[in-house]
Design a protein around this ligand. Structure first.
Ligand code: SAM
Length: 245
């Protein structure tokens, strides 16, 4: 009798999905949030985008969305994962107006001082900085509040901060700890989900674009059902904030 093949090992993504089943659709909703927000800001006249923790290139990357509205939009993609950087350089860097840079959000002063970034992006003019699904990879001991403050300090009025962050209501901490254990075996390190209060704190002093801080699928949703904001379950919250005058 032919031997029965072994089931392939679960990938990290499979394990995360088994712990938090909504992760798959949430990841898609996060990319949809990126698309809607970048498109909106390009329509509002923003021409410079800095995508920190950009991840592997996929469909509708920031520069593609922005350049659909404004062909002269410039984008800097920043990541600290060598594998991501190799793929991003191969797939994105030949596109006009884009640059791929090695940078670590845990060292924001160094990241913003990078001459290659400053050559590509003019920080004396409004810039949209994206930190989507990346801040939760920075543990509290790396002073995430100070990191966000440094990023905001680099932005002139009229700039925007786009944020998405893994959220948990307190009683879901056990799930998040399990998720963190899986992620700690990957390049991204451990995952720290945070409360509504903490995530709101990163947006303090910014003028929030409607609908404010909500689950990513509820940010200007395409479908009525997605407009429901249920904060009793873990998920990814997203917001767009404008640096006021
Ligand atoms: C889950 S992916 C998010 C990708 C994309 N921003 C999105 O929302 O679809 C997180 C990315 O953040 C990057 N990352 C994690 N920690 C980082 C850090 N300290 N500095 C820069 N990038 C980081 C990882 O390498 C990974 O590519």
């Amino acid at each position: 009798m032919p031997s029965t093949p072994r089931r392939p090992e679960q990938t990290t993504a499979d394990k995360i999905i088994s712990i938090v089943p909504s992760v798959g659709p949430t990841t898609q909703a996060n990319r949809a949030f990126l698309g809607k927000a970048v498109s909106l800001l390009a329509e509002e006249g923003v021409r410079q985008f800095v995508d920190i923790g950009a991840g592997l290139p996929t469909q509708d990357n920031v520069h593609q969305v922005a350049q659909r509205v404004a062909a002269d939009a410039r984008t800097a993609y920043i990541d600290n994962d060598p594998v991501v950087l190799v793929h991003a350089r191969a797939l994105l860097e030949d596109s006009p107006g884009t640059k791929v840079l090695d940078g670590d959000l845990r060292r924001p002063k160094e990241l913003f001082a990078d001459p290659a970034l400053r050559e590509h992006i003019d920080f004396d003019r409004p810039v949209a900085v994206l930190m989507l699904a990346v801040l939760h990879f920075i543990p509290d001991h790396d002073e995430v509040d100070a990191i966000v403050a440094t990023v905001r300090g680099a932005l002139v009025p009229g700039s925007y901060l786009l944020l998405s962050h893994f959220y948990t209501p307190d009683d879901e901490q056990a799930t998040v700890r399990a998720g963190a254990k899986v992620y700690s075996a990957t390049n991204s390190g451990s995952l720290t989900a945070r409360s509504l209060t903490r995530i709101n704190g990163y947006l303090a002093g910014l003028d929030l674009v409607a609908p404010g801080l909500v689950p990513v699928q509820a940010w200007r949703p395409d479908w009525e059902e997605d407009a429901v904001v249920d904060l009793s379950v873990p998920g990814l919250l997203g917001a767009v904030g404008r640096v006021p005058q």
